[in-house]
Design a protein around this ligand. Structure first.
Ligand code: SAM
Ligand code: DTB
Ligand code: SF4
Length: 327
């Protein structure tokens, strides 16, 4: 079988030209590349748990958890280890191979590290892959998490460098890139992607994907989130903001697949409001991982029953943990 070429010198114009292809040509290219590396009928499934909810100091204008946004969310302190292990057992039972723990922090504090490390080793001991998303990390924190058994760290670039300042002002794009470097250098698998539908242009979407693809090592996992509008957030209150056109979302997935041929492209937030046809097109465009369960971190997700029905209709199968080859 031919192996796809992995490039880290994508020019913005080349990526925009992919976005501009006739839809069928774009999907054919993406499918062809997808099939060189992956079984097109298998999907890696992760479950999310919010281990610390709300009250976040950052000003991300999409987020339900920012203390600056006037959302209805109830704040919760850092969860107890037992609670987390209970949720992980349940996720494993429902067929999930990776447990992803998310905290609404700018960054973890040193006083929290011990509990976080115990969570990681505990979930790992259940035979699941582990993932965390805790905000910015120092190199030392990344190394400690790796040593405890963390497999993946999620930290998104969110959008293009040019559009970034429209969405977040309390941390810089460079700080995000620095965290990714610490995570990579610690030997953790990198999960990094973004959100579309925040009012950015197609050029911004192309630039985000080019930046991800041109990192020193392409991310092992690339979540593509479609904005979930949460009442009380600035992006929800922006009246002129229309939902991203569904076929433009599929194009974004296809271009991610072409640029990052051996990465898991994750169909992430926003699935709950997508019809089956749209999700099917995303899988055809090269998405091959997703989140299961009734809830993402604070917003609803598609849920076990509808996912089981969709998988049956499409002949898709969830990958068992041991089939997931770690980079
Ligand atoms: N606080 C940490 C951080 O920001 O790095 C980790 C949790 S944060 C909720 C993880 C990611 O979820 C964000 O970077 C963003 O890409 C995505 N996300 C958050 N709220 C979202 C929303 N309303 N719609 C779509 N994606 C969202
Ligand atoms: C990612 O890119 N998407 C997930 C995961 N990483 C942590 C989170 C989506 C959150 C959606 C909004 C919420 O449920 O609060
Ligand atoms: Fe905080 Fe993360 Fe939400 Fe930003 S995305 S407000 S850092 S929880």
């Amino acid at each position: 079988m031919k192996t796809p070429e992995i490039r880290n010198n994508w020019q913005l114009e080349e990526v925009e030209a992919l976005f501009d292809l006739p839809f069928n040509d774009l999907l054919f290219q993406a499918q062809t590349i997808h099939r060189m590396t992956f079984d097109p009928n298998k999907v890696q499934v992760s479950t999310l748990m919010s281990i610390k909810t709300g009250g976040c100091s950052e000003d991300c204008s999409y987020c339900s958890q920012s203390a600056r946004n006037n959302t209805e969310l109830e704040r919760e302190k850092l969860a107890e280890v037992n609670e987390v292990l209970e949720a992980a057992r349940e996720a494993k039972r429902s067929g999930s191979s990776r447990f992803c723990m998310g905290a609404a922090w700018r960054n973890p504090k040193s006083k929290d590290m011990e509990r976080l490390l115990t969570m990681v080793s505990g979930v790992k001991a259940l035979g699941m892959e582990t993932c965390m998303t805790l905000g910015m990390l120092t190199d030392h924190q990344a190394q400690k998490l790796k040593k405890a058994g963390l497999d993946y760290y999620n930290h998104n670039l969110d959008t293009s460098e040019a559009y970034y300042g429209e969405v977040i002002t309390t941390r810089t794009y460079q700080q995000r890139l620095d965290t990714l470097e610490h995570v990579r250098d610690a030997g953790l698998n990198v999960c990094s992607g973004g959100i579309v539908g925040m009012g950015e242009s197609r050029q911004d979407r192309a630039a985000l994907l080019a930046t991800l693809a041109n990192l020193p090592k392409q991310p092992d996992s690339v979540p593509i989130n479609r904005l979930v509008k949460v009442a009380g957030t600035p992006l929800d209150e922006m009246e002129s903001l229309e939902a991203l056109e569904p076929l433009e979302f599929v194009r974004t997935i296809a271009v991610a697949r072409i640029l990052m041929p051996v990465s898991w492209v994750r169909l992430s937030a926003g699935r709950e409001s997508m019809r089956e046809e749209l999700q099917a097109l995303c899988f055809a465009a090269g998405a091959n991982s997703m989140f299961s369960g009734e809830q993402l971190l604070t917003t609803p997700n598609a849920g076990e029953e509808s996912d089981a029905s969709l998988f049956a209709k499409l002949g898709l199968e969830a990958l068992a943990g041991e089939e997931v080859v770690l980079g």
